[in-house]
Design a binder for this molecule. Structure first.
Ligand SMILES: NC(=O)c1ccc[n+]([C@@H]2O[C@H](COP(=O)([O-])OP(=O)(O)OC[C@H]3O[C@@H](n4cnc5c(N)ncnc54)[C@H](O)[C@@H]3O)[C@@H](O)[C@H]2O)c1
Length: 270
């Protein structure tokens, strides 16, 4: 599909009823004009410029019909927490396959998709990671995020489908936990990163960390020259309130020792 077609067709946004989705929808309309918002859950009333479609990502035909009408894709739909493999597979694995496969078939793209810090959550806290490190998932959920990154890699190398995977840290209005001083991404910075990805002349099959300019960040996007992401926020502004007496957490507790935090300690049995 030509760049002109990509830009005149609507942006397809999966996961639009989610926490990040609800914040992003009006901003995406402002940035890109027409938006098709989809989710398996109730999307609420459509905003001006928006079409809402309730669909299951595991339904290949429904996904195909949505992708066929789209220009670019923001794929945030899926299960965002640790649960059983049976529940993760249809939403995160089959659902992501359906999005990429439809994009390949219809020549639609690029795709910016949510990966997660939980794809690399078993690296030790404090260790500085660039975007070339191998995945080290901390949960079955994290494994599904690593799957997304691998699928995106295959679909670029074999078919030329361009994508950017965002290993989002902790996207929320404010950091509320000492760990967030390293992992926080403000909503505004997340939007800046999405916009920078879509503005890049060429994405290839990049993966980036979704993180603000935190003094205590463990993650670097320095190797991703293709995307001009300039985060403006810094969790350090909250450090005085969050850890007034310094970081008093037990450094050997698994949720402190490893980057994935509570996803690491959930079921940890070593
Ligand atoms: N919020 C964060 O800090 C964070 C961190 C890392 C990664 N992420 C990822 O970013 C994305 C958005 O996160 P969020 O916080 O808004 O999560 P969320 O759980 O609030 O939203 C995810 C949405 O996906 C939808 N969904 C799930 N299964 C589906 C299916 N089979 N078909 C269609 N829709 C389906 C859900 O109904 C939900 O509305 C998720 O993929 C999540 O894993 C978020």
């Amino acid at each position: 599909m030509s760049a002109a077609t990509t830009e005149t067709r609507p942006l397809l946004f999966t996961g639009a009823a989610g926490i990040l989705g609800r914040w992003l929808r009006p901003r995406l309309i402002e940035a890109y004009g027409a938006l098709i918002s989809t989710d398996i859950a109730d999307l609420g009333p459509a905003l001006p410029g928006e079409e809402t479609v309730v669909a299951d990502l595991a339904d290949a035909q429904a996904v195909d019909a949505l992708v066929a009408r789209a220009g670019r894709i923001l794929h945030f739909g899926g299960i965002s927490y640790e649960t059983t493999f049976d529940r993760l597979v249809p939403s995160n694995i089959v659902g992501t396959y359906n999005v990429f496969e439809a994009a390949r078939r219809h020549g639609v793209g690029p795709i910016v998709y949510a990966s997660s810090n939980h794809a690399i959550g078993f690296y030790e806290s404090g260790r500085q990671l660039d975007t070339e490190v191998r995945t080290r998932p901390d949960s079955l959920y994290g494994v599904t995020m690593a799957f997304k990154e691998n699928l995106a890699s295959l679909y670029y190398d074999k078919y030329g489908v361009e994508s950017a995977g965002l290993r989002i840290g902790t996207a929320r209005p404010d950091p509320i936990d000492p760990r967030h001083l390293s992992t926080w991404q403000s909503y505004e910075d997340l939007l800046r990163q999405i916009e920078a990805c879509f503005a890049a002349p060429k994405l290839g099959r990049i993966v980036m960390y979704g993180v603000s300019a935190n003094d205590r960040s463990w993650w670097s996007n320095a190797l991703v020259g293709e995307v001009d992401y300039r985060p403006q926020d810094n969790a350090e502004a909250f450090a005085g309130a969050l850890i007034p007496n310094g970081d008093t957490r037990d450094p050997e507790a698994p949720e402190v020792k490893y980057q994935g935090g509570p996803f690491v300690s959930d079921g940890y049995a070593r």
